[in-house]
Design a protein around this ligand. Structure first.
Ligand code: ADP
Ligand code: MG
Length: 250
């Protein structure tokens, strides 16, 4: 390559070249869907290789809500990272929103995430020096789109219309997670990933956060993949996938 195009130009190019649903190729998964085939994750440790995930094959349809459950250390977060294109499988295939992540370079993976994916984390992961409004506007602004109006509307929807200019540390845990949910939805993702979104909240606040997440999703029919220990939250999903020691249980 002679010249490095700007990040925005590169993302636009990558989005345009993203394969969409293609009637001629039944093996290409649909936009908004997820697929893995015999996906595995192995990390090299000083003594030996550690297999974290092994032989994971699954399909998640556009608009479906799926809970990933299993004990601590069973590989849930690692699987979510693979599905979301944040990490690469050591073997096998991962398709995100019609994009073969296992065959994509970092730029193409970043473009697939920017085009399709929202995230909610257990620890909120807001930018500490940015206001609630700026945190929520950020995903759109990183795509070179104006974000403030959409961010303000979503913060109103999550009940924080009076807290637009507060920093994360001026907000409670539940309020920070509301900001994070607004941020996750602001760019209208086709797929939302949440890793134990209520894990750091008291029960009552957690339930309010679940309700909010499902309410916003109901209006949009986003595909939702939630890692959770919470039986109640898992039961609200269409389907549960159980991991044990890095393998999916039937
Ligand atoms: N980069 C890594 N290097 C070494 N071990 C890892 C790494 N990532 C995860 N693990 C290990 O893999 C297992 C699964 O981790 P994780 O996916 O975080 O599980 P869960 O989210 O279900 O608690 C754990 O034993 C964890 O310590
Ligand atoms: Mg985890």
């Amino acid at each position: 390559m002679e010249q490095t195009p700007s990040t925005h130009a590169r993302i636009a190019l990558d989005i345009d070249s993203t394969p969409g649903p293609n009637a001629a190729d039944a093996s290409t998964p649909a936009r908004g869907g997820l697929r893995t085939r015999e996906a595995g994750k192995v990390v090299a440790l000083p003594e030996n290789d550690l297999t974290i995930l092994d032989g994971i094959s699954l399909d998640i349809a556009p608009g479906e809500r799926v809970a990933i459950v299993g004990s601590s250390g069973s590989g849930k977060t690692t699987l979510l990272s693979l599905l979301a294109g944040l990490d690469l499988p050591s073997r096998g295939e991962v398709w995100l929103d019609g994009v073969p992540i296992h065959a994509a370079d970092e730029d193409a993976r970043a473009a697939a995430r920017a085009a399709a994916v929202g995230f909610v984390f257990q620890n909120f992961q807001l930018m500490p020096a940015m206001s609630a409004l700026d945190n929520v506007a950020l995903p759109l602004e990183l795509q070179g789109r104006p974000g403030t109006d959409a961010a303000r509307a979503l913060l109103q929807q999550v009940g924080l219309g009076e807290r637009l200019h507060h920093l994360p540390r001026q907000l409670s845990g539940g309020e920070q997670q509301r900001v994070a949910i607004a941020r996750a939805f602001v760019a209208q993702p086709r797929i939302l990933f949440a890793d134990e979104p209520t894990g750091n909240l008291d029960r009552r606040t957690g339930i309010a956060i679940e309700d909010l997440l499902f309410d916003i999703d109901s209006a949009r029919r986003t595909t939702v993949v939630i890692v959770t220990h919470d039986e109640r939250l898992a039961a609200r999903c269409d389907r549960q996938l159980r991991l044990e020691a890095g393998r999916l249980q039937a």
